[in-house]
Design a protein around this ligand. Structure first.
Ligand code: S3P
Length: 743
């Protein structure tokens, strides 16, 4: 669409220094038509000539004073060491109300230069730094699009004029940049680490190798690694010389820290300390991805950026074939936790490589545990023993994962160090008092945000005391959290549940040789024992299999085999409920793998009927209700669920969110405070919202099998938390759901 051309709102823009950055700034704003005129200033006549010829500016002036007469905005884009002289010259001119700004890569130095030149930093000076370099340089490389989707950091001072700041902020945004504001010192520290140190290393490494007598050999055989690592050694030497001279202190600080780490690696090589090396390499390998994930989620929380991943599910279809769904999420979490606390090396197979379990894995890496993998579901954990965890360098970010946060709370309450637990938008709304309160009774010191929400700050160095706790709700997470704290608490910690919940923690503790006493509905541990490394085979997750159990049940003509599914009796409520509704599900090849029962599940399409769901099955099918609601919508008659208020505090309010989606598809249903009433009938097409809840997204994908038109499901990115290859497996067996291709 052509942009409407409005009359320029602003008068004169002066850009001093017509290099790549200055030229691109001038050209971008000139193309936008925001200023009546754009004037360039440069010492080099050739640059001035080209700037006009290439349409970078309207005209050029050789003389700074002449250019600045009546300027609204003056952008200083000269090399950073030339800034002091330029600022001195500007200080002699009558600048009126002109806004001054700059693009220097180190800000402390520019601000000091401005203070010196003007006898105090002028309020209308807004220091800035676009992070958008390129190996190209000169006005001929000017590109009005250069700053699109790049960060620009503005570093206003306490007395920077608000209107001036707003103006500079706006200009960069007009160029498509993401503008952030930061303190000067912070900017210089961040840039020293993210840009200046890497450039120093690249220049230094290439020079060091080039100096060696065998350099031709080195460069002849320089493989991708050398090339990738040293690409930035091709950058402008003079500019970088300026940067290191001007950002000296921050660079020295990060360089010294890095030298310490490099020395430690050297020592590891010297002494053959493979454990140290593996630790560094395994952490580094995932660090980039991990931090980008945190940043993406943060952006989502803070700025409400739309990260909407849409699934488009086409109506109809039937299922056939045999598949193995990914590993059990609950067991995967626990394998990392107990493997880390064990003595010796634990091998895990079938580990769920979903974001939730990976969040737990990363948390233990952050606490100094060396963990190899995951690769094709294999993870090797070099256990540190019950007392071997180390303080993490910063908050532990647990993404979407309630299980990570609740179980870790118990474990961390007993450590010698403090920890902070944070999560994404959904996790940040979930109730944590259910663990914080009983843990406090054991002597833990835990701070929460308002109403017991994350982040949690857990104070280390507390002596915990065991207790007998009657859980007010049936929660395996609360039970597990307290049992994990109990590994460290004086005496016995006993937890009694009002109804049976998943017992993976108890089973796995025993698998690691740690005694657990279970009497009726009470599970108890005593401190003073140890965990011994073991081998864990994670069965396929029945909660993920559930989508296919329902899918094959409701789609006429289906027959599907789900292999190696965990059928722990505390998890099989979904099978019981579906069978009560008339589903045709049979368990084949029953066996026990590492303390957990496993079977292949065969499911054939069947006519389902509505039922009153027995309340005692609710905790045993707690994660499967979203897709059970779809089964109910396809059943003849009415299905009633009661006693399931817990569903309202899962990754979303699953009663309300499912009801909203089902109503949008024409399904008759009525949410109640602790459940829902669903009348089976026709399913239409339409738009539904998963509210970032993985299980809602997958449930509506399944609904499409019986819908009479396509279903668009919003906000599906979190399917990756529990079921990374859902779309692949769904397509393989015959569910017609795929990511919508964005135009
Ligand atoms: C889980 C327990 C359940 C379940 C969650 C995983 C676990 O939560 O919903 O997905 O691994 O312990 P509650 O214990 O809060 O019911």
């Amino acid at each position: 669409m052509a942009e409407a051309v409005a009359a320029p709102a602003l008068g004169r823009l002066v850009v001093v220094g017509l290099g790549l950055i200055g030229g691109s700034f001038a050209k971008g704003l000139r193309d936008k038509g925001l200023f009546r005129e754009v004037i360039g200033v440069d010492l080099d006549p050739e640059s001035r000539r080209m700037a006009v010829e290439l349409g970078v500016v309207d005209r050029c002036e050789e003389d700074l004073a002449a250019a600045c007469v009546g300027a609204d905005v003056i952008q200083l884009a000269v090399p950073i060491l030339a800034m002091q002289k330029l600022l001195g010259a500007l200080a002699q001119l009558p600048l009126g109300d002109a806004v001054l700004t700059d693009v220097g890569s180190a800000k402390g130095n520019v601000v000091r230069a401005a203070a010196l030149a003007f006898d105090g930093v002028p309020p209308r000076f807004v220091p800035g730094h676009p992070i958008a370099g390129s190996e190209q340089s000169g006005v001929e490389a000017s590109n009005g699009q250069l700053f699109r989707r790049h960060k620009v950091i503005l570093t206003p001072l306490a007395d920077t004029d608000g209107a001036a700041l707003q103006m500079v902020d706006r200009l960069w945004r007009e160029l498509g940049a993401d503008v952030e504001h930061m303190e000067v010192e912070h900017h210089d520290e961040v840039l020293a680490a993210t840009s200046h140190l890497p450039h120093l290393l690249a220049f230094g490494l290439v020079d060091s190798l080039a100096k060696r007598s065998e350099n031709l050999e080195i460069f002849r055989y320089a493989a991708g690694g050398f090339r990738d690592f040293t690409r930035i050694a091709g950058s402008d030497p003079v500019m970088w010389h300026d940067i290191f001279l001007t950002n000296r202190d921050a660079v020295l600080r990060i360089l010294d820290a890095f030298r310490g780490d490099l020395d430690a690696l050297r020592a590891a090589i010297d002494t053959g300390d493979g454990h140290h090396m593996l630790g560094v390499f395994t952490r580094a390998r995932v660090a980039r991805e991990h931090f980008s994930k945190i940043l993406a989620r943060r952006a989502y929380v803070d700025a409400m950026h739309s990260n909407d991943l849409i699934y488009l599910a086409q109506p109809g279809g039937s299922l056939s074939g045999r598949i193995r769904v990914p590993g059990d999420k609950s067991i995967s979490h626990r394998s990392i936790m107990l493997g880390s606390l064990a003595e010796g090396t634990t091998e895990v197979e079938g580990f769920l490589e979903g974001e939730d379990a990976l969040a737990t894995l990363q948390a233990f890496r952050d606490m100094g545990v060396v963990i190899e993998g995951p690769q094709h579901g294999r993870v090797t954990i070099h256990g540190v023993g019950l007392h071997g965890l180390q303080a993490p360098p910063g908050p532990l970010y647990l993404g979407n994962s309630g299980t990570s946060m609740r179980l870790l709370s118990g474990l961390l309450a007993a450590q010698a160090f403090d920890t902070t637990l944070t999560g994404d938008a959904s996790l940040s709304k979930r109730p944590m008092n259910r663990v914080a309160k009983p843990l406090r009774e054991m002597g833990a010191v835990i701070e929460t945000a308002a109403e017991g929400r994350p982040p949690l700050v857990i104070r280390g160095g507390q002596r915990l005391t065991g207790m007998s706790y009657e859980m007010p709700m049936a929660s395996a997470q609360v039970k597990s959290s307290l049992l994990l704290a109990g590994l460290y608490a004086a005496g016995e910690t006993a937890v009694t549940e009002p109804a049976p919940t998943r017992d993976h923690t108890e089973r796995m503790l025993r698998g690691f040789g740690y005694p657990v006493a279970v009497h009726g509905s009470t599970a108890a541990v005593e401190s003073g024992h140890k965990l011994t490394a073991t081998h864990i085979e994670v069965p396929a997750d029945i909660s993920s299999a559930a989508f296919f159990l329902v899918a094959a049940s409701i789609a006429e003509g289906s027959e599907l085999l789900l292999e190696h599914v965990g059928i722990n009796p505390t998890r099989t409520g979904v099978i019981d409920i579906l069978k009560l509704m008339g589903a045709d599900i049979s368990l084949e090849n029953l066996r026990e793998v590492g303390g957990e029962p496993v079977a292949d599940l065969r499911v054939r399409a069947a006519k389902l009927r509505g039922i009153d769901i027995p309340e005692d099955l609710v905790p045993l099918a707690i994660d499967e209700f979203p897709v059970l609601f779809i089964a109910a919508a396809c059943a003849e008659g009415r299905t009633i669920l009661r006693g399931a208020e817990e569903l309202r505090v899962k990754e979303s309010d699953r009663i309300q969110v499912m009801a909203d989606g089902m109503l949008a598809l024409g399904i008759q249903c009525e949410p109640t405070p602790d459940g829902i009433i669903i009348d089976g009938g026709a399913i239409g097409g339409g738009e539904v919202h998963s509210h970032g809840d993985h299980r809602i997204a997958m449930s509506f994908s399944v609904a499409s099998l019986r819908a009479n038109a396509s279903i668009r499901i919003h906000d599906c990115a979190n399917v990756a938390t529990s079921f990374p290859n859902f779309l692949g497996l769904a397509a393989q067996v015959g569910i017609r759901v795929a990511e919508e291709v964005q135009a």
